[in-house]
Design a protein around this ligand. Sequence first.
Ligand SMILES: [Zn+2]
Length: 539
Amino acid sequence: MARFKKAIVAASAALALTTAPWSTQAADHSDVAAPTLSGLQAEAVRGVASREKMIQEIIDSLFSFSELGFQEFETQAYMTELLEKEGFSVEEGVSGMPSGWWATWGSGKPVIALGSDVDGIPKASQMPGVAYRQPMVEGAPGHGEGHNSGHSLTVAAAVAVKEIMEREGLPGTLVIWPGIAEELVGAKSYYARDGRFEDVDAVLFTHVGRNLQTSWGGDRGTGLVSVQYEFNGVAAHGAGDPWRGKSALDAVELMNVGWNYKREHLRPLQRSHYVVVDGGDQPNVVPSKASVWYFIREITAKHILENFESLQEIAEGAAMMTGTTVERRIIGSAWPRHFNKVIAERMYHNIQAVGLPEWSEDDQAFALAVQDLMDADNLEEEGLATKLSELQGPPEKPISGGSDDIGDVSWNVPTVTLRFPSNIPGTIGHNWSSAMAMATPIAHKGASAGAKVLAATMIDLLTEPELLEDAWSYFREEQLKDIEYVPFISDDDVPAIEKNAAIMMQYKEQLKPFYYDPSKYSTYLEQLGVDYPQLKPKR
Ligand SMILES: [Zn+2]
């Protein structure tokens, strides 16, 4: 045990560029109270530690591709090649999504599926490692959420564990799958509907965060229906004979007014928002086509469906008022999340054993500069996290907020989400500021800590059948006690794979010169000529 702890300290010390005033943090998370890992778990953790280079290359490569949802084709090609090289069989184009893939290795039970999202954010292009706004390509997408980092954990952990399974003759199947178009909540309900999790025993999902943490239960964040309404009217000359026209844009505007009045009489937990996708072509032509895209969010499936029904009535009312017709298309959907108590508790034990990364002085200086730039307030601590958060159970009262279609997965199979500290606290979500750290040592170290927790938890699940039995008892007897999962999508709905195609086509050629070339540069920052932490532009 003692030998193992030394190995971990040595591995993180090798990563740190300088010893820092923050080095006291090492004492914080290696005090007597922290549990330690031994045996196969310690070995799996060492296996991850020996793959720091792999983690860095995956994070930096996916960052450089800057791909939006349903258009993750460079990411797919990169991941497929890497996973095949590591011995996985990869199926491409799954569940009607050409950019999707599904990688498996091994045989028999248990089946452990590791997932993470891969898509970026529109207009979030940002040079990493510099503490000021500088798009790499003006107007282009970028990783302003940090979804470029998650699969460095799944691959590093899976490869480290696979090595042990092979040597020890441990039965089991490892699956690695992507959250395609998570920013459109566009894929996971289709995977679930198509039975992709039917033989899976547990899902370990990872998502970038600002600390190393996990949670169980529900009532934290919303689920949603994402739906686009298209109105069809009659075109006419806007001045010559407007009385002969029926304006689809009028219908969109009336629908939005209707919903904005309705809003006042909904539970405060709801969140709803829209963008006008098509408002016509030019003012002197009465718009014969117009469309609006809504996200309808609530804490419970029942309330999501109620609000969705109201929205549908308002759309039909707007069509009646304008003499137009209306059709709708489901773009995405997500059930509210519910995470497995048994697996989360075990994962939290491993989180305490692994602890937070040892940040260098440079990492902390960069984080502080970014927090200053973004006027970050309400921070639990300044700079990067040095204290582990608690294991989160269900909140006393439901907490509203964002959604993730991992919700649908969590109602099909015992699931947890591991958050790992690859990003800087206090940056704005879905914004270029959340891309600044995502190809720097902060992202690499945060992912490495997360991958160690993932690997240790996989060993738990592979070697303790009773742990999985308990997880399934919680799933069946507690989680599903009063709630039956019925997907928000029907058998006829299809993924909205046309989304983002035009944007990616517009920017792809400009982004290509920025793709990371690991054969020439040891890091992406080196390729970009960034002096990390670059706090001011070079003269
Ligand atoms: Zn996300």
